[in-house]
Design a protein around this ligand. Sequence first.
Ligand code: NIG
Ligand code: FE
Length: 417
Amino acid sequence: MTDAFTGDLVVCGIGELTTPGPGGGWDTRTYRNAYVVIEGGTVTEVGEGSPPDGDRVLDVDGRAVVPAFCDPHTHAVFGDWRAREFALRLRGADYKEILTEGGGILETVSATRASEEEELLDELLRHLDVMLSCGVLTCEVKSGYGLDRANEIKMLRVISRANSEHPVEVVPTFLGAHAVPPEWRGDPDGYIENVVLPLIDEVAGSGLAEFVDVFCEPGVFTVQQSRVVLEAAREAGLDGRIHADEMEAAGGTQLAADVGCASAEHLLAAPEDELRSLREAGVTPVLLPGTAFMLQKPYARARWMIDEGLDVALGTDFNPGSCPIIDIKLIMSLAAIQMSMTPAEVMVAVTRNAAQSLNRDDRGAIAPGLCGDLVVLDAPDHVHLIYRPGAPLVRQVIRGGVLVYDRYADGCIMRSV
Ligand code: NIG
Ligand code: FE
């Protein structure tokens, strides 16, 4: 829907506008009694005091405004939920043991293979509606529940079709190396060689994926196998992402630095020296505290990483298994309360840093030259987002100067269909 978002709008009466600042890193800027001018979808002016005249004006009556959020890690296309597995885990069952016994991700693979493309699309659009109502305008979505040619392509087509039907921009990632499917059980190398590598070339050629991801974890794919996948991606012209050290330290974080991935994600068990290598290699660490919360594991060491100079990003990991949390605002609260990030750091992590991990440097802050993507909060300042978990604080969402969500309007979500 990209072409639709080239509006002209003056947003005024902003009580507090907080955004990542021009200094990069963790720099933030706060404007009071502020306005934003958007022309042709792009911000042309941000200021304090009286706004310039405009044909279209939105007065937000003293509310706070922040940049629209970016969720850099989701598995939002899937055939069915796994509430039964969740109940088992509450009684002590282990996430990885369930997978090794053919359940977990593989249960979702069966359900996704059995689903029609139209059903999956319909479900994804509904998930995107919820994300939009939480202030998200850019969302990465992975394949990885098909695990054969036809079903991986089906998932990526669903992602691509959602993009033309929904105001949330969806960034597609090919995650063929998410698990070894039943027909290749015991032969991960054969699966990679015969299924994953040819698909990398295919999806790079057709433009169905922008990134390639791999679940590098003992019992799933080894560092060596993950390296083969990520190097093939690089050769095909796609950037890598990696599920690294999610449950156990196994070298995935170092691999991300060695290969030069765009991001290394999860990092619950990542060793300090490997994390420092991410900084040297310019790899964005994407932390997913919702997964630690849902799996009852220790959180990633965000405070330490930030103090070491890493540009941490945050995402939901929304999926039917390890983390069914779809609300980025809840993730923001977890990051502040459980990982000791400041509210300003959380803001930067879900805007500029998350966008950077998706190679989107046209967004992630409110500043001249960037997309006019804003969230109006039903709150006087951005700290409320973190301080009041569970409250529906997103009142309006503006994409490229166009109002795409208004909590109090009839049919509050704008879809193209
Ligand atoms: O990021 N770890 C691998 N992938 C997902 C879980 C997917 C699932 O449980 O279905 C994750 O945690
Ligand atoms: Fe994940």
